[in-house]
Design a protein around this ligand. Structure first.
Ligand code: A3P
Length: 287
């Protein structure tokens, strides 16, 4: 069946759980509370990983909650119709998730003391992960080819819009007290140190034992085994597990197995054009 994306303010969203109404509500009417913590990402940047980390931190390192309750209930997708219900009945302080670009984020956030954790990832790895994800998700168009998907990604013609705009938009928040950004690559390289930094930002003290438990239970291996976060419980008409695996490889640099030299050079040119002027140097910028 042909997929028709929902469009809100010029950005496409997958139709499964999103509607123009749910997106408008999230943007204009959703009431942010000062003690809310938001997990914000562009797709395929480590969203579900961060859900595990943040919920483990919230439960002081005890994995019982992560093992018993679905990730989408632990950190509801408040901009979708299903997620909104969970978000509205969630006891404070809430943990919430979304892929919204900053210009569509709840207006009530700005001026609040709520916190945002923004996770970003090497866009070439995002692209590869997004390519495989689109194949297994029924609410995404099946990519015609890797080359076509690359062109669509570069021009922002994919659900959730342009990676470049998303990152540039959110990075404007850099330096604000209630904004914390981290990369997938840093999580990979030093999960323990990353968890410590997150705890500091969240003003939640965890002892060494609790931190060890967060690190252990948020590992790729532990997450693969946990049905509450490995997506295997999603119905087939949402995610077809025969067409792929949500927790696919979980590595940095898989793009090297997919891009030709010409594709990589073309990508780099656009990357430098679009990201020029951003003072931040990300781990993948190191030559
Ligand atoms: P790959 O497709 O490259 O394997 P999102 O949650 O934003 O959709 O991102 C999914 C990507 O994060 C997938 O990347 C997935 O494997 C990876 N991921 C999720 N949990 C991870 C973990 N604990 N360690 C490493 N990668 C993880």
């Amino acid at each position: 069946m042909a997929v028709e994306y929902v469009t809100y303010q010029g950005i496409k969203f997958p139709p499964a759980y999103n509607s123009e109404r749910s997106l408008r509500f999230a943007h204009k009417e959703f009431q942010v509370q000062d003690d809310d913590v938001f997990n914000v990402t562009y797709p395929k940047s480590g969203t579900v990983w961060m859900i595990e980390i943040l919920s483990l931190i919230r439960s002081g390192g005890d994995p019982a909650w992560n093992r018993a309750v679905l990730n989408s209930t632990r950190m509801p997708w408040f901009a979708t119709h299903l997620g909104l219900e969970s978000a509205l009945s969630y006891p404070r302080p809430r943990l919430l998730t979304c892929h919204l670009p900053v210009q569509l984020f709840p207006t009530s956030f700005f001026g609040s003391r709520a916190k945002v954790v923004y996770t970003l990832r090497n866009p070439k790895d995002v692209l590869v992960s997004y390519f495989y994800f689109s194949k297994m998700c029924s609410s995404y168009k099946d990519p015609e080819s890797f080359e076509q998907f690359l062109q669509d990604f570069l021009s922002g013609n994919v659900p959730h819009g342009s990676w470049f705009d998303h990152v540039r938009g959110w990075m404007e928040m850099k330096g604000k007290e209630n904004f914390f950004f981290i990369t997938y690559e840093e999580l990979q390289q030093d999960l323990r140190g990353s968890v410590r930094r997150l705890c500091q930002f969240l003003e939640q003290e965890l002892d060494d034992r609790a931190i060890n438990s967060v690190v252990e239970n948020a590992s790729f291996r532990a997450m693969k085994e946990n049905k509450m976060c490995n997506s295997t419980l999603l119905p087939r008409d949402i995610m077809d597990q025969e067409k792929g695996t949500f927790l696919r490889k979980g590595i940095c640099g898989d793009w090297k197995n997919h891009f030709t030299v010409a594709q990589s050079e073309a990508f780099d040119r656009i990357y430098h054009d679009r990201m020029g002027g951003l003072t931040e140097a990300f781990p993948w910028d190191a030559r």
